[in-house]
Design a protein around this ligand. Structure first.
Ligand code: ADP
Ligand code: ADP
Length: 228
């Protein structure tokens, strides 16, 4: 569904050149939870930016379904990101002066009406119907992240990209978030978690380990840990 072929990314700052990614290839499949695992500085943010169409590789190709997207226009890349990609961030990125229901509605509206699922359904999916009138600062961290997941799912993304989604949460709350993310994969949707936490690999169908900008290992997990 989403395929990276021989991706390299070089940053040049003045005379200093950084090879953030070097000949990276892998595929992301729907109905799977993929974990991209790597230590700080290994190239995870760079990879996220390329997967989401926020940035382009220096060389190599990004293919979405059968279409090479990295050579598309800026406008088309933005279109891809808006329609196809849902985001979940470490620090939730909710809009503080909007209520929960409005936070969830906002990305769905950005896409188009036909993608809109009633907001109540999305909040029910993450167990937060009773919170729709609350503001983000009235919620716990775990609840904020569940709202962020509802917001991302409201537009039925083909790829749900999660950047350290439990990086700011305690272990028990993290389990709830992982359970929801595991439940979010379906035949139309791939879930991708980018993290430095090796424990997260246990819940993955596929683990892509990166180090120093290179894919160290890709492993498929026939029996991922089901989060209860
Ligand atoms: P991670 O997210 O795993 O910490 P990054 O993708 O942020 O890794 O960084 C990979 C390497 O690329 C690091 O050496 C980092 O300093 C460098 N890098 C990332 N973004 C930039 C940028 N915009 N300009 C210059 N160097 C960058
Ligand atoms: P993360 O916490 O996700 O690993 P980073 O701290 O690696 O994030 O990077 C945060 C942002 O800063 C990234 O979007 C990246 O583009 C940029 N960045 C990282 N390293 C550098 C660098 N050496 N020079 C310029 N920008 C950088």
């Amino acid at each position: 569904m989403l395929k990276l072929s021989h991706i390299s990314k070089t940053y040049q700052t003045g005379t200093e050149v950084t090879h953030a990614l070097n000949d990276v290839s892998f595929e992301i499949q729907p109905n799977q939870l993929t974990v991209i695992l790597g230590p700080s500085g290994s190239g995870k943010s760079t990879m996220l930016n390329i997967l989401s169409g926020m940035d382009r590789p220096t060389t190599g190709s990004v293919t979405y379904d059968v279409k090479v997207i990295n050579t598309e226009s800026d406008q088309q890349l933005t279109e891809y990101r808006k329609k196809m990609v849902g985001f979940v961030f470490q620090f939730y990125n909710l809009i503080s002066n909007l209520m929960v229901a409005e936070n969830v509605a906002i990305t769905a509206q950005l896409v188009s009406k036909q993608y809109q699922q009633p907001i109540n359904d999305c909040l029910a999916q993450v167990g937060l119907q009773q919170r729709e009138q609350n503001f983000p600062d009235q919620l716990s961290g775990g609840e904020m992240q569940r709202v962020a997941i509802a917001r991302a799912l409201a537009k039925h993304p083909r790829v749900l990209l999660c950047d350290e989604p439990t990086g700011a949460l305690d272990t028990q709350t993290s389990q709830q978030v992982f359970k929801l993310l595991q439940a979010s994969k379906n035949p139309q949707t791939a879930v991708v978690i980018v993290t430095h936490n090796p424990l997260v690999a246990q819940i993955a169908d596929r683990v892509i380990r990166i180090r120093d900008g290179e894919v160290e290992k890709v492993s498929d997990n026939a029996n991922p840990l089901t989060v209860e």
